[in-house]
Design a protein around this ligand. Structure first.
Ligand SMILES: C[S@@+](CC[C@H](N)C(=O)[O-])C[C@H]1O[C@@H](n2cnc3c(N)ncnc32)[C@H](O)[C@@H]1O
Length: 356
């Protein structure tokens, strides 16, 4: 019998990597269905894309009835994945965890230098694909690829539950049509990726999927839940693109840009008090020093400086007496080898002609 107590709780440092660390977010004490609106047959075979430290796996294992008969979780983070293998699979051997060896600036720095890999499972095998808070951490090209993978592994009647941050390209008049993603962090762009809501619908259709249901976020600007299924000729996308959903988007507003009756002179006279906010120090005299590199740029700069050190050492070695003597000796060696080879060829020729 699997209960809350028999499935180990991930340690706090791993819990902090995926969401709120509070244990209640990882527990399902009443054995409820994790997604109550779904038919129970949907829980038969679950694929968890970006399973982290097994939060959803844990919730599913505690579901009183209708526990998955098969579960496969993949994640780029080696530490979280290894924890799941060591702690969840022993309790539930039909719950498998596989390291997804693709690079991620936030979660998979040590992984292979590639942005996507096929899901390690067969076609049409999963009744439920879960991607909770994962498309919010990957680039658009990866999303395009993985939507196709979702379509590939979904059973004919399967459902994929995905979450997204959305903005509306049209809310930003200076954007060209090509801006489909926004990033909130210049050091790790995948810290949070926000998608143009129209782009996602087009990408879903390109992948052969359809939107079964869309749930707006509990708080404006937070993650939307988009339920996907395999596309049929009569599919209808239940996906709000109009004004009725605009107020839930990141940074969007239904209001027109505010108009003012003030004249330019009046506007020029407006003054903003020179406030110092709590925690902020008084402005320093003079400009601040140039900022240092941070994040991946710092790693790149360190690699550059290591390369420069190695090049300088090499130049020093090449200028040394020992190097010059070694070169001289190797040239003599090469010339001797050439002469011996020529003598050998001559010897073979003479032997063929006269030796027999
Ligand atoms: C915010 S956490 C969510 C974890 C889990 N889905 C949950 O709800 O508890 C995002 C997870 O996505 C994983 N991730 C990020 N990029 C990934 C990728 N390209 N492939 C697989 N997993 C990825 C991260 O390692 C991390 O565990």
């Amino acid at each position: 019998m699997i209960t809350q107590a028999t499935v180990p709780m991930p340690p706090r440092d791993l819990r902090e990597l995926v969401a709120r660390p509070e244990p209640d977010y990882f527990d399902n004490p009443n054995g409820d269905l994790v997604y109550p609106g779904l038919p129970v047959s949907t829980y038969e075979a679950v694929f968890d894309f970006g399973c982290g430290c097994g939060r959803v796996a844990r919730l599913l294992l505690q579901q009183g009835h209708h526990r998955p008969k098969r579960y496969v979780g993949i994640d780029v983070h080696r530490g979280m994945l290894d924890w799941c293998v060591a702690n969840i699979t022993p309790v539930a051997p039909h719950f498998q965890f596989v390291h997804h060896d693709v690079w991620s600036p936030g979660y998979g720095r040590g992984n292979s230098a590639r942005l996507a890999e096929p899901f390690p499972v067969e076609d049409g095998a999963f009744s439920l694909v879960i991607a909770n808070s994962v498309f919010t951490h990957i680039y658009r090209e990866q999303t395009e690829y993985y939507l196709h993978e979702v379509a590939r592994i979904l059973r004919r009647d399967g459902i994929a539950i995905t979450t997204w941050f959305f903005f509306d390209n049209q809310s930003y008049p200076f954007f060209q049509n090509g801006v489909h993603t926004l990033f909130v962090n210049e050091i790790d762009p995948t810290a949070a990726v926000i998608y143009d809501r129209k782009w996602l619908l087009a990408a879903v259709r390109r992948a052969g999927l359809a939107v079964k249901l869309t749930e707006p976020p509990p708080v404006a600007g937070h993650q939307w839940q988009v339920y996907l299924e395999r596309r049929r000729p009569d599919s209808v996308d239940r996906y709000p693109l109009g004004e009725e959903a605009a107020e839930w988007l990141c940074g969007a507003t239904r209001k027109a840009i505010a108009a003012t009756n003030a004249t330019p002179e009046e506007l020029g006279r407006l003054q903003v008090p020179n406030l110092i906010m709590p925690g902020q120090t008084a402005p320093a005299a003079g400009p601040p020093p140039p900022p240092p590199f941070v994040g991946p740029f710092a790693e790149w700069a360190a690699a550059q400086s290591q390369l420069a050190t190695v090049q300088a050492e090499l130049a020093q070695i090449k200028g040394s007496r020992a190097w010059k003597i070694a070169r001289y000796l190797s040239e003599i060696g090469r010339a001797t080898h050439k002469r011996l080879a020529a003598a050998y060829q001559l010897f073979r020729k003479l032997y063929k002609r006269h030796g027999k």
